[in-house]
Design a protein around this ligand. Structure first.
Ligand code: HEC
Length: 161
C-alpha cells in the first residue's frame, strides 16, 4: 500500500465516522427538540390512563352522596334544609363552611354580607340561587335574640406593633 492509498483509506474511515456522528447528532437533536416542543408527549408516561369521562362520573357520584346525620350535613356542618345544596355549591369554595355557620344574621344581614363579598371578594352573581340561599340562611342562621348584637368572640388577641 503506497502512501496515497493509505491516505485515501484514512479519509474514507474519517468521513464515514464523521457522517455517523452527524446522523447521531441530528437524530438526538431532533428527538430532544420534539420533547421540548411537545412536552406532554405520552412516550414515557406510565401513569394509568384516566379519561375525563371517568373523572366526571366519579365526582358526580361523590356529589350525589350528600351525607346527613342528625339533621346536619356531615361534611360541612350545615343544617340540612331546603337550599342546602345551593349553599354548599356557592358558599364553601373560598372559605370554610364554619365561617357561615358561626354567623347569625337577618335576611338583610346575609344579603349585605353577600353583596360585600361580591364587591370585594370576587363572589360571583348568584343568579336565581340567591333567593334560595337567602331563604336558607335567614331561616336556619337567624339571630337568636333579635335586637341585640351578638357577642364578639375573640379567639386570639394580637399585639399592635
Ligand atoms: C369568591 C369567594 C367567596 C365565596 C364563594 C363566598 N365567600 Fe364568604 N367570604 C369570602 C372572603 C374572602 C371572606 C373574608 C374571609 C376572612 O375574613 O377571613 C368572606 C367572609 C364571609 C363571612 C364573614 C363576614 C364577616 O363579616 O366576617 C360570611 C358570613 C360569609 N363569607 C358567608 C358566605 C356565604 C353565605 C357565601 C355563599 C353565598 C359565601 N360566603 C361565599 C369569600 C367568599
Amino acid at each position: 500500500m503506497d502512501k496515497k492509498e493509505r491516505f485515501l483509506q484514512e479519509v474514507k474511515v474519517l468521513s464515514k465516522s464523521l457522517s455517523l456522528f452527524t446522523i447521531a447528532f441530528f437524530g438526538i437533536g431532533f428527538f430532544l427538540m420534539f420533547l421540548v416542543l411537545f412536552p406532554d408527549t405520552k412516550l414515557f408516561d406510565k401513569s394509568p390512563n384516566i379519561t375525563t369521562e371517568e373523572v366526571v362520573t366519579e365526582s358526580l357520584e361523590e356529589n350525589s352522596e350528600i351525607e346527613i346525620k342528625d339533621g346536619i350535613h356531615t361534611e360541612t356542618g350545615f343544617i340540612a334544609a331546603n337550599g342546602l345544596e345551593a349553599v354548599i355549591n356557592n358558599c364553601t369554595n373560598c372559605h370554610s363552611a364554619k365561617l357561615v355557620t358561626q354567623n347569625r344574621m337577618t335576611r338583610e344581614g346575609w344579603l349585605t354580607t353577600i353583596r360585600w363579598m361580591q364587591k370585594t371578594q370576587n363572589l360571583w352573581d348568584l343568579g336565581d340561587q340567591e333567593s334560595i340561599i337567602l331563604d336558607y340562611l335567614a331561616k336556619n342562621y337567624a339571630p337568636e335574640n333579635k335586637g341585640r348584637r351578638q357577642n364578639l368572640t375573640v379567639e386570639e388577641w394580637y399585639e399592635l406593633k
